[in-house]
Design a protein around this ligand. Structure first.
Ligand SMILES: NC(=O)C1=CN([C@@H]2O[C@H](COP(=O)(O)OP(=O)(O)OC[C@H]3O[C@@H](n4cnc5c(N)ncnc54)[C@H](OP(=O)(O)O)[C@@H]3O)[C@@H](O)[C@H]2O)C=CC1
Ligand SMILES: C[C@H]1O[C@H](OP(=O)(O)OP(=O)(O)OC[C@H]2O[C@@H](n3cnc4c(=O)[nH]c(N)nc43)[C@H](O)[C@@H]2O)[C@@H](O)[C@@H](O)C1=O
Length: 317
C-alpha cells in the first residue's frame, strides 16, 4: 500500500483529495495541520519527510486567495508560496518521494492568451497584474517539477486547475474568490431583505468553474496512472504540466445570475466598477486530460446547489 502525504488537507482541494483517495482504500494517507507542521520551515519539513518517508505527495498547501487578496498582499502570495515550495521539493527529493503532484493555477498563463489555453502557452506573454506575484511563485513550482525531473529523474507533475469551488471553501467577504464571496453576499441579502447585491467589476470577465470534488477525483485518477503513463507525463524532455478544467466558462454576470437563482434571491445586481476585473478570460484546453481518460462530472448548476447546502450547514445566519 502506497503512503501518500496530502499537504494542505484541510483546504478546499486538500480535503477533496483526501476524500477521493480514502474512497479507493488503496492508500495510507498521512496529514499534518499548519499548526503541526509549517511547510515554510525547511528544517521541520525535511525532518517530517525523512521520518515519514511518503511514497507519494499531493502538494495542496499554499497561500491562496481571490483577486483583491492577491492585489493587497503581494509579498505574502510570492514569498509564502516560494518558501513552502522550496521546503517541500527539497524534502521530497531528499526522502526519495516516487511521485509528486504539485498544484498550480490557470493564472500562470499570459493574461491575453489565445483561448482555450494550451499547456504550451506557458511563458508566451505578460502576466495579469493583479496576481503576478502568485503566478510567478506557481511558475517557479512548475519549473521546480521540471528541473528535478531533468536533474534527478524524479516524477513530479504540475497540475494547472481552473477556478475551483465547493464544500469548505473560504467565504471571507474580501479575501475569497468570486463564487464563495457572491454566495455569502446573496445569502446575507436574502436574509436581510436587501433590494440589491454588489458584484465587483464589470461582470464581463469569463471564468471556468470546477467543483472541488471533481479536482479531488482528477488527482486520484492521475496519481493512480500506471508507471508508464505517469512516467510519460513527467519525462524530462517536456514541461510536466497538465490543465484541469471543465472545458466551458461563464461571464461573472452569468455566474451572479446563477447564484441568485440557486438562492432564490429576487433583488437586483449592482456592478462596482471601482473593483478590478482581472484577466478577461482563462478557459483551459483540457484535451490532454481527456485523452488520458478523465473528464469532470459535475455541472455548475449541480455543484452550486451542493455547495450552498454545505454553506448552510456551516454558516448559520
Ligand atoms: N481555490 C481555487 O480556486 C484554486 C486553487 N488552486 C491551487 O490549489 C491548491 C489548494 O488551494 P485551496 O485548497 O483552494 O487553498 P486553501 O486555502 O483552501 O488550502 C490551503 C491549505 O494550505 C495550508 N497551508 C498554507 N500555508 C501553509 C504552511 N506554511 N504550512 C502548512 N500548511 C499551509 C492552509 O492551512 P491554514 O489555512 O491553516 O493556513 C490550508 O489548509 C493551491 O496550490 C492553489 O494555488 C488552483 C486553482 C484554483
Ligand atoms: C483562482 C484564481 O483566483 C484569482 O483570480 P480571479 O480568477 O480573477 O479570481 P476571483 O475569483 O477573485 O475573481 C474573478 C472575477 O470575479 C469578479 N468578482 C465579482 N464579485 C466578486 C467578489 O465579491 N469577490 C471576488 N473575489 N471577485 C469578484 C472579480 O472582479 C473578477 O473579475 C487569482 O488572483 C488567482 O490567484 C487564481 O488563481
Amino acid at each position: 500500500m502506497k503512503k501518500v502525504y496530502v499537504a494542505g488537507h484541510r483546504g478546499l482541494v486538500g480535503s477533496a483529495t483526501v476524500r477521493a483517495l480514502a474512497a479507493l482504500e488503496s492508500y495510507e494517507i498521512i496529514t499534518r495541520t499548519h499548526d503541526e507542521l509549517d511547510l515554510s520551515d525547511r528544517t521541520a519539513t525535511r525532518e517530517f519527510f525523512m521520518s515519514q518517508r511518503p511514497d507519494y505527495v499531493i502538494m495542496c498547501a499554499a497561500k491562496v486567495g481571490g483577486i483583491l487578496a492577491n492585489a493587497s498582499f503581494p509579498v505574502d502570495f510570492l514569498h509564502n508560496n516560494l518558501a513552502i515550495q522550496v521546503s517541500v521539493f527539497d524534502a521530497a527529493h531528499a526522502s526519495g518521494v516516487e511521485r509528486m503532484i504539485f498544484l498550480g493555477s490557470s493564472c500562470i498563463y499570459p493574461r491575453d492568451c489565445p483561448q482555450p489555453i494550451r499547456e504550451d502557452y506557458l511563458l508566451s506573454g505578460p502576466l495579469e497584474a493583479t496576481n503576478r506575484p502568485y503566478a510567478l511563485a506557481k511558475i517557479a513550482g512548475v519549473e521546480s517539477c521540471w528541473s528535478f525531473n531533468r536533474q534527478y529523474r524524479t516524477r513530479y507533475l504540475a497540475l494547472m486547475p481552473t477556478n475551483l469551488y465547493g464544500p469548505g471553501d473560504n467565504y471571507h467577504p474580501d479575501n475569497s474568490h468570486v463564487l464563495p464571496a457572491l454566495m455569502r453576499r446573496f445569502h446575507q441579502a436574502r436574509m436581510n431583505g436587501d433590494s440589491s447585491v454588489v458584484v465587483w467589476g464589470s461582470g464581463g470577465p469569463q471564468r471556468e468553474f470546477m467543483y472541488s470534488l471533481d479536482i479531488g477525483d482528477a488527482i486520484a485518477f492521475l496519481l493512480g496512472l500506471p508507471d508508464s503513463d505517469f512516467g510519460a507525463l513527467t519525462a524530462p524532455a517536456t514541461a510536466p504540466l497538465i490543465n484541469v478544467g471543465v472545458g466551458e466558462d461563464v461571464t461573472i454576470r452569468e455566474l451572479a445570475e446563477l447564484i441568485k437563482t440557486t438562492l432564490s434571491y429576487e433583488g437586483d445586481l449592482v456592478f462596482d466598477t471601482t473593483k478590478p476585473d482581472g484577466t478577461p478570460r482563462k478557459l483551459l484546453d483540457v484535451s490532454r486530460l481527456h485523452t488520458l481518460g478523465w473528464k469532470a462530472k459535475t455541472s455548475l448548476g449541480v455543484g452550486l446547489q451542493a455547495t450552498y447546502e454545505d454553506f448552510l450547514r456551516h454558516h448559520k445566519a
